[in-house]
Design a protein around this ligand. Structure first.
Ligand code: ZN
Length: 498
């Protein structure tokens, strides 16, 4: 039997947007901009990718929109389209909430991505991503009809912003009621990073847990959220105390607010807060997760703390990524997830021990190699400069370090009477044209060390330098026994006779 289910588009409950003043109405003249607070996006929040896209008329901006310095968006999306805010269903940037994104479609059926929407007076300026600003501009001449829709990415972004914004109101309200902690500011960070509220002090883990529990009791209950609008009467707005920094404490309208209406977001029995952002009509499914520690911030004269939080789609993204990070680590360690911290601790411990053992063994080996060279030097019957080239194959990260250990051991044990010049080289086991071999020259005569270094530069192409009894360098390419090794033997032979 065929399924008879019908998937309905999301609808905002009629009780969500309430005009509480008998004299306030929504202007109906399409040429007039609608005051901020009564915009379409502020009345119907629950989005769908393309439900009833409004037709907008392109109008010229009354004044040129100044390009902002260092605003890279401006370069990328340098075509700005202005439409009256009356019908624009896209949330515009403001009040700490980033704008919607979406798709704009012209009468010809051509589409462009909207990357940002900004309010300039009564106009919504849509920033779109263009290929060619000259040829694309012809589709947006004055009076052209376009439709605007959120699209799938726009819907996801709107849900995320709504979830985080409504959760912030809930969190700030409980912090203030229970702990008398005002929210100094908050940040709706870019998805998927946690958002944060800034508080005058840090919080203990017990306080964080208690606040999270209380918030989630209201979430599970599914408290309703609605918006109340009325005419703005500035005289009635009481003065709100301000911090030294000038930031207003608690609930107030921004000082630069230019809308003609006062819009208050209400969480039933919990909070009333002036706000122009988009919100969900209930706390349903807004499980709040507080990162269980605050981050202390020190500014010039004040100390505050950030409390990070997640909810809704962002919380699910966080759980998904945390789970996959943990599962991948558990798979690498061949253990169950709960054992991961112990196993990682064990691996780090073992690695430290192994590194220490390698260091000890290298030291022991360096001494042994130095002793072999010394025996060879003592066996030399004639009284002349003892020269030696030693080439090693070594994949160590610091092959020069080992050569230095050998050189140090040798110079510590050799008697002052024996003049010597050592050239030690080390190459990785598998070599390509970009491989690096290291070279170390050391000796009892600083002048001879310097001469050997200069010749290694000119005859083999080693890049390097040195001071006193030590010269070191690097050789890029494949080190060949019959070529580089032979060249070093020639250099040493010549130096014995000089
Ligand atoms: Zn708000």
């Amino acid at each position: 039997m065929a399924a008879t289910g019908l998937l309905l588009l999301p609808t905002t409950p009629p009780s969500y947007h309430r005009i509480v003043s008998p004299t306030l109405t929504i202007p109906t003249d399409p040429q007039l901009p609608i005051p901020v607070g009564l915009l379409a996006c502020q009345r119907k929040h629950l989005p769908s990718p393309a439900s009833h896209p409004p037709t907008l008329l392109i109008t010229p901006s009354r004044r040129p929109i100044p390009p902002r310095a260092r605003d890279y968006h401006h370069k990328l999306h340098d075509l700005q389209i202005s439409t009256p805010t009356a019908k624009c269903e896209e949330e515009q940037e403001g009040g700490g909430q980033p704008s919607d994104i979406g798709i704009i479609t012209t009468a010809e059926g051509k589409t462009w991505d909207i990357t940002q929407v900004k309010r300039h007076g009564g106009h919504a300026v849509h920033y779109i991503r263009v290929q060619n600003s000259d040829s694309d501009a012809q589709y947006f001449s004055q009076g052209a009809k376009v439709t605007v829709a959120l699209g799938n990415d726009g819907v996801n972004r709107r849900y995320d912003h709504m979830s985080m914004h409504t959760s912030q109101h809930l969190l700030s309200a409980i912090l203030e009621t229970r702990l008398n902690l005002p929210t100094l500011s908050w940040s709706l960070t870019t998805y998927p990073a946690p958002c944060y509220v800034e508080l005058p002090r840090s919080m203990s883990i017990e306080e964080i847990t208690a606040i999270q529990d209380e918030a989630n009791r209201l979430v599970f209950e599914g408290r309703k959220v609605h918006v109340e609008v009325e005419e703005l009467n500035r005289e009635q707005e009481s003065d709100v105390p301000k911090h030294e920094s000038g930031r207003a404490v608690g609930k107030t309208l921004p000082a630069d607010y230019t809308g003609g209406v006062k819009r208050v977001v209400v969480i039933d029995g919990v909070d009333r807060n002036p706000c122009c952002g988009t919100h969900l009509p209930s706390l349903h499914n807004l499980q709040l997760f507080l990162i269980p520690q605050t981050e202390a911030l020190s500014r010039s004269s004040t100390t505050s703390a950030r409390l990070y939080f997640l909810s809704g789609p962002r919380l699910i993204a966080h759980l998904t990524s945390s789970h996959s990070l943990l599962a991948n680590t558990a798979a690498i360690l061949s253990c169950g997830a709960p054992l991961v911290p112990d196993r990682v601790g064990q691996v780090v411990d073992e690695r430290k021990k192994a590194e220490k053992r390698v260091e000890d063994l290298e030291l022991e080996l360096a001494k042994s190699v130095a002793e072999d060279i010394l025996t060879e030097a003592c066996d030399q019957s004639e009284e002349r400069l003892f020269v030696k080239h030693l080439h090693r194959t070594d994949d160590a990260a610091n092959a020069l370090g080992f050569l230095s250990s050998v050189s140090f051991s040798f110079s510590n044990t050799v008697t002052e009477k024996l003049p010597y010049l050592l050239v030690m080289t080390s190459s990785p086991s598998s070599q390509t044209t970009s491989s690096t071999s290291v070279v170390l020259v050391s000796g009892s005569d600083e002048q001879k060390v310097k001469t050997a270094g200069e010749r290694l530069k000119t005859e083999i192409g080693v890049k390097g330098g040195g001071r006193g009894p030590r010269w070191s360098g690097k050789f890029i390419g494949v080190w060949k026994e019959g070529r580089e090794d032979a060249a070093i033997e020639d250099i040493l032979r010549a130096l014995v006779n000089e």
